[in-house]
Design a protein around this ligand. Structure first.
Ligand code: 5RP
Length: 251
C-alpha cells in the first residue's frame, strides 16, 4: 500500500538534487491534490505546512478551489492564511473537519509521529483529532525506525506553574531511555511561551521509545502536563518526498 511517484520525467539522466525546501514543497503540493472545494480543512504549522497554506491560497486566488474554510493550528498559520485570504474559522464553530494536512518531526513505520518542535502541538493535536483524514507531509529526513530515535526533541507542553517540578518528573519517567529534559527557550534565552501561554519541556532520548502508547499515558498522567508530542494512530497517510520521488504511505 505504498505508492511512489517519481518527481521528474525519466528522460533526464541525472535527476536534479532537490533542496530540503523543494522536497517539502513537493510533498505539500501532492497533499493539496486531496483538497476539494467546500472542505473544512485543518491547517498545520511549520515550514512544510506553510507550503500547503501557500498552495491553498494560490488555488483559491485562481478559482481552482472555492468555499474552503481553514482551521489554523497556530497564530503563525492563522496570520499566513489570513494574508492569503483563506477563510478561517475555529473548532468551536466547525467541530468536524474533513481533512487536516500538517508536517511532522518524526515519522515511524506505523505512521506514528513526533510533532511539536514548532511549538504548536496542543492545537495541532486538537484539530487533527477532529479531522476525518489527516495527511502528514514531510521530507525523508523525518523518517525514523522508532519514535524518539532522531536524537532531537520530543516536546511536552506544561503549565508555567512549577515547570521545574514537572521537568524533573518527566526526566524521571524515562530514565532507562537515557532521557534528558530541557526547558525550551527562545532566541533571547527566555522561556518559550506557546500560543496557549504554557511552557515546553523538550525530552531528548538516547534510545527510541518502545511503547509509545504507554509513554503517552504516563506523560499525560502528570498533573500540570497539558499535552505531549506523540501523535499515535492519528495519521491516515504520510507523504514523504525524497531523492527517489514522492512516497505515499497509507494506514
Ligand atoms: C509544529 C510541528 C511541525 O509540524 C513540525 O515541527 C515539522 O515542522 P517542519 O515542517 O518545519 O519541519 O509539529 O508544532
Amino acid at each position: 500500500r505504498t505508492q511512489t511517484h517519481k518527481p521528474f520525467s525519466v528522460r533526464s539522466q541525472a535527476a536534479p538534487v532537490l533542496s530540503q525546501d523543494e522536497l517539502k514543497k513537493l510533498a505539500a503540493d501532492k497533499a493539496v491534490e486531496s483538497v476539494k472545494s467546500g472542505m473544512i480543512l485543518g491547517l498545520g504549522t511549520g515550514s512544510t505546512a506553510a507550503f500547503v497554506v501557500d498552495k491553498l491560497g494560490q488555488l483559491l486566488s485562481t478559482g481552482q478551489l472555492s468555499n474552503i474554510i481553514g482551521i489554523p493550528t497556530s497564530k503563525r498559520t492563522q496570520e499566513q492564511a489570513a494574508s492569503l485570504n483563506i477563510p478561517l474559522s475555529t473548532l468551536d464553530s466547525h467541530p468536524h473537519i474533513d481533512l487536516a494536512i500538517d508536517g511532522a518531526d518524526e515519522v515511524d513505520p506505523n505512521l506514528d509521529l513526533v510533532k511539536g518542535r514548532g511549538g504548536a502541538l496542543l492545537r495541532e493535536k486538537m484539530v487533527e483529532a477532529a479531522s476525518s483524514s489527516f495527511i502528514v507531509v514531510a521530507d525523508d529526513s523525518k523518517l525514523v525506525s522508532g519514535l524518539g530515535g532522531s536524537g532531537l526533541a520530543m516536546p511536552v507542553e506544561v503549565v508555567q506553574f512549577c515547570w521545574k517540578y514537572n521537568l524533573v518528573r518527566l526526566q524521571g519517567l524515562f530514565k532507562e531511555l537515557g532521557c534528558e529534559a530541557k526547558l525550551r527557550v527562545d532566541g533571547s534565552e527566555k522561556p518559550y511561551v506557546t500560543d496557549n501561554g504554557n511552557y515546553i519541556v523538550d525530552l531528548y532520548f538516547q534510545n527510541p521509545i518502545k511503547d509509545g502508547f504507554g509513554a503517552g499515558k504516563e506523560i499525560s498522567a502528570l498533573e500540570g502536563v497539558v499535552e505531549h508530542g506523540l501523535f499515535l494512530g492519528m495519521a491516515t497517510s504520510v507523504i514523504i518526498a525524497g531523492k527517489t520521488g514522492v512516497e505515499i504511505m497509507n494506514k
